[in-house]
Design a protein around this ligand. Structure first.
Ligand code: SAM
Length: 271
């Protein structure tokens, strides 16, 4: 949603001005629309629930879905408006389960921000799970009555599609060389930089997850791509990426950021 009279680009690339009363989010066509396609990355403007069954097979799923907490508080709410899918009605574990079962290769890894491993183990068929903590380095907004301010987010890690017996034992197939501490310290894009997306993730954080769990040339999927941080990190790490984003503004922003990352990756490849 946007406030006041705003200029929007329609699905047919025409610029239209709309007053508050008609101020509705643009709706993607059924099945989505490819906004960007290259040898490194595809970005689809669409609803990932519509796309289950039509995505490529991927080697890693790394995503940051809506949290279902109605992110709409603090000084940024007027600037961004509510996040789509954040009203608590989206069954994120069920949807990610369907995507994982249909598209993530067996024994490959998944990372999901904002969820505990136990919430995802059965729907996503995960073994070898761990709960990671992203320490943002800064205290976020919250109730001033509480002496503890939010400074971290949790990230569920798991290995897809272990056998039922392995899952029951909690076993995975992680190589020991991949082991590192479960707290990841990366400064959150700070207030001055939060002009693009309200829950933008640091590219170096996403890059560490991707490099820990995939190889050069692997395909990384983010079905809730937002401003495209996962896709940018994947490209800079020499992986391929596939992103889906429902909000047209953020899908266009992801395209812009991905094009910039592709130029860097091309220059590195040519050096
Ligand atoms: C928490 S944000 C992701 C932010 C991202 N990690 C970044 O760094 O910019 C979740 C995103 O999912 C998008 N979204 C919500 N429902 C969706 C759906 N059904 N299909 C695709 N994207 C969806 C929202 O518009 C939002 O941008």
């Amino acid at each position: 949603m946007r406030r006041g009279n705003v200029r929007l680009r329609s699905a047919h690339n025409r610029t239209v001005t709309t007053p508050d009363a008609l101020d509705l989010p643009l709706t993607p066509p059924p099945g989505g629309k490819v906004l960007h396609e290259s040898s490194r990355c595809t970005i689809v403007w669409g609803d990932c629930a519509d796309l289950v069954g039509s995505l490529p097979t991927v080697d890693l799923l790394a995503t940051d879905p809506p949290y279902g907490v109605k992110w709409n508080s603090g000084r940024n709410s007027g600037r961004f408006g509510p996040l789509l899918g954040d009203d608590g009605t989206l069954d994120v574990p069920g949807l990610l389960g369907a995507i994982t079962r249909a598209h993530v290769r067996r024994k490959r890894h998944v990372y999901v921000f904002g969820y505990r491993p136990g919430q995802l183990s059965e729907p996503m068929q995960l073994g070898g799970m761990a709960e990671l903590v992203w320490d943002k380095g800064v205290i976020g907004p919250g109730s001033l009555d509480c002496p503890w301010g939010p400074q971290h987010e949790i990230v569920a890690f798991g290995v897809h599609n272990q056998s039922a017996a392995n899952r029951a034992r909690g076993d995975g197939n992680l190589a020991a060389r991949l082991r590192s501490g479960s707290v990841l310290r990366y400064q959150r894009p700070n207030a001055a930089r939060v002009t693009r997306h309200p829950t933008e993730k640091p590219v170096p954080l996403m890059r560490e997850l991707i490099e820990s769990s995939s190889r050069q040339g692997d395909m990384v999927l983010d079905p809730f791509a937002g401003s495209g941080s996962t896709l940018v990190a994947a490209i800079l790490a020499g992986r391929r990426a596939y992103g889906i984003e429902l909000d047209h503004r953020y899908a266009e922003l992801a395209v812009e950021r991905v094009r910039a990352a592709e130029r860097i990756a091309d220059q590195i490849a040519a050096a």
